[in-house]
Design a protein around this ligand. Sequence first.
Ligand SMILES: [Zn+2]
Length: 508
Amino acid sequence: MNNNLIFGLDGATFRVLSKLMEKGIMPYMNNFKKDGAVSILDATFPPITVPGWLCIATGSDPGTLGIFDFGEYAPYPELNKPAIHNVEKKKIWDYFSRLGYRSAVINFPYYTTFRINGVYIGGLLVTNEHYTYPEQFKEEIKNIVKDYQTEVDLKNASVNDILNRCIYTIKQKVDLTKYIIKKYDPKFLFVIFSEVDRIEHKLWPYIDPLYKLPKMGIENIDHDLLNKFWNTIDSSMMEIEKSYIGNTDGNVFIVSDHGAGPIYRTFYINEWLLKNGYLYMKNNAQSKGSTRIPLIQKIYAIVRKHPFLDKHLTITKSKWLFDLIMKFTKNVGFEKKFEDVKEYIDWEKTIAYEFPIYGAIFLNKKNKRIMDDISYKKEIINKLRKELENMNEIKLKTYIPEELYIGKNLDLSPDLFIVGDDFEAMISSGFSDGKIILDYPPKMLTGTHRMDGIFLAKGTSIIKNYHDFKIRMIDIAPTILSLNGIVFDKMDGLPVRDIFYNKSKDIN
Ligand SMILES: [Zn+2]
């Protein structure tokens, strides 16, 4: 059995990485491209971390898992209820375990840990009390890495702090991984670097030279430090590969759970539903949203229209202007969260609302007519799609679950998904005092997810310098298992045989 190594780069996209590879900032990845099979990875929809990594690990579609986002639907929209349906489905490492091989999984983003023959360390969403399997491994970590962080803490961080803190946690993961390699000698090793995604969310205008908006609210960045961040990701993968595979036979993969791109606008879908007779407030209150957004919108519109300000505020003075706007509006909140407004919603009359899943509309299951009358339900969906897609102010695309998923758990899916401006508009579930479109990203979030992830594979059993193939996230597990000649249960994904050097190895 060969050693198998997967690097997970959360949110990695060639949109960003290709230039860094060409410039020599990521030499390991650049060589990887020449040595292996490389393609854009088709993400599952919506392109989101929790279903993304679970689909990669299980080879199952979100429709089979019944997991479409971080949260899932709870009748009468409760607080974001964690998506837990079918999460016990067999993961790629379970197949190695079944054959008696050890595995190690590091920084996998999910609410709980998973049992494993080897060691499992949770990432984002896991609690500080329970983040390892076996449980006592947590004590061992204390001796290997000082102050190990499952998720990088970016509170009150300047842009350069963000970079430094991310570099710090990446190095922690490398030290921990090298220790685990020595101690457990796993046949399957999966290491996820979530820092790529965090940098993209926070610092998109600096990563993407084509970003169109002024960099309001973000102070100057140290460009050498930004390059050091990308170089640290690259050299960390090289170091782990060297320590794990060295000169022996093995396969290495680099995958992401979704891509990334800029955000320019915010679409307040619940405000739109309210205005268009799908969502009702008690006592006919218009909206319980915040007035701060219209105010920021107005100030921002003045800044953008003024060519001098637009040009000169992009760098040094932007922080000053942003602070000034914040100061003047400090007594008014940002948009109000759905959770804070929901008690004012008339749940008898409401037909549709968006929460808790990103960009996804649920029909109100408390509404008797919707539950009892299927043709009425269909009529509502069709009307919603038509009205949303015909909006002039924003380009909206809508999808029903049957157009996106396979699998038996579509009843857990939202009833309608929307995408704004080809993902360049953020869909917010918040309320903003009647404002439907904000010409600015929400809360200064400047980058977010896209459907194009990355897939790179190299090793003893993989064709070199091959780029002409397609792969979906659900194909990754069956591809790796087939490559190792491991028999697996039926999955939604299929092995991508095109990349196999020796196709007879594929026994499924
Ligand atoms: Zn992600």
